[in-house]
Design a protein around this ligand. Structure first.
Ligand code: PBG
Length: 332
């Protein structure tokens, strides 16, 4: 008996989800290896790899090992590697002079990578915290993080990094006016082509905990970073910061952390249409890995799902500790 008059859905959206072939055809967002930037921790020594306990699968690496990681990145098709130095606590000072030393650990690592694997883009971090006796991103005077003096130090630091061969400078300090000062220093000193990816909307986040362990800053940090990093409750301010940094000469902007701030990422991308990145930070990596190691989540699947989410939100790329693992999966 026919059921002509039986109710049926006017639109069967499940039709296009029926097979992997159909799902592939209609997929709107595709993660690609060229979307990834791989953050690595650099340490002194030779042939050293010290696991970071709160970041399973991540180790601090001596320069020779970082060069090997850069080769691996190249072979996987990852376009960029981002360096964070682990500095001996005995070398940290209140004035942070080591930050602009041409031969500091980060600059030596940059040179070594650019010598061995020139096609990889090297990104460096412009902030004083690895070199600061008190763990802050800026110079501290009478208990205050002083802005303008810090900006001068950051410009010197950025120049030393550019001279070492860095392709992308990543000011992560959140001082006012640093992008303009760094851009001016680069122009005046023969580095007009060095790009700046501004950590424009960087929040005062508890998700940075494992990173601070990895770079040995946890013990050093006195107080918190709330007078310069953003309040997690704010969105409009993020747009003001991005606009300001673009005006001062940033080529690309970043939102950080990633997953809890995808609304900000989306807003930035749709408002400014500039290359926009997110940093899936150490705490995001740690929580996914911890759950995976407990068997509570499928590590590979949540990794790929989280990275796809960044792309779907409109981002051009992602800084992620998952970079090599995701790249291996993407390359099949
Ligand atoms: C420091 C810096 C931090 C991160 C990148 N650069 C930590 C901080 O601001 O305290 C965090 C990265 C991560 O958590 O993975 N300028």
């Amino acid at each position: 008996m026919s059921r002509t008059f039986a109710p049926f859905p006017a639109t069967r959206l499940r039709r296009i989800r029926r097979t992997e072939a159909l799902r592939g055809l209609v997929r709107e967002t595709q993660l690609s290896v060229t979307d990834l930037i791989w953050p690595v921790f650099v340490m002194e020594g030779e042939n050293e790899a010290h696991p970071v306990p709160s970041m399973p699968g991540v180790s601090r690496l001596s320069i020779d090992r970082v060069v090997a990681a850069a080769r691996e990145a190249r072979d996987l098709g990852i376009p960029a590697i981002c360096l964070f130095p682990y500095v001996d606590p005995a070398l940290k000072t209140e004035a942070c002079e080591l930050a602009w030393d041409r031969d500091n650990l980060s600059n030596r690592a940059t040179r070594a990578i650019k010598d061995a694997v020139p096609e990889i883009a090297v990104m460096t971090d412009v902030a004083l915290d690895p070199y600061n006796a008190n763990g802050h991103d800026g110079i501290v005077k009478d208990g205050e993080i002083v802005n303008d003096e810090t900006v001068e130090a950051l410009a010197r630091m950025a120049l030393a990094q550019a001279e070492a061969g860095a392709d992308i400078l990543g000011p992560s300090d959140m001082m006012d006016g640093r992008i303009g000062a760094i851009r001016a220093a680069l122009e005046a000193n023969g580095h007009p082509n060095v790009t700046i990816m501004s950590y424009a909307a960087k929040y005062a986040s508890a998700f940075y905990g494992p990173f601070r362990d990895a770079v040995g800053a946890s013990g050093a940090l006195k107080g918190d970073k709330k007078t310069y990093q953003m309040d997690p409750g704010n969105a409009g301010e993020a747009l003001r910061l991005v606009e300001r940094d673009l005006t001062e000469g940033a080529d690309m902007v970043m939102v950080k952390p990633g997953m809890p701030y995808l609304d900000i990422a989306r807003a930035v991308k749709s408002e400014f249409r500039v290359p926009t990145f997110a940093y899936q930070v150490s705490g995001e990596y740690a929580m996914l890995m911890a759950a995976a190691e407990n068997g509570w989540l499928d590590g590979e699947k949540v990794m790929m799902e989280s990275l796809t989410g960044f792309k779907r939100a409109g981002l051009d790329g992602i800084l992620t500790y998952f970079a090599p693992r995701a790249a291996r999966l993407l390359n099949g």
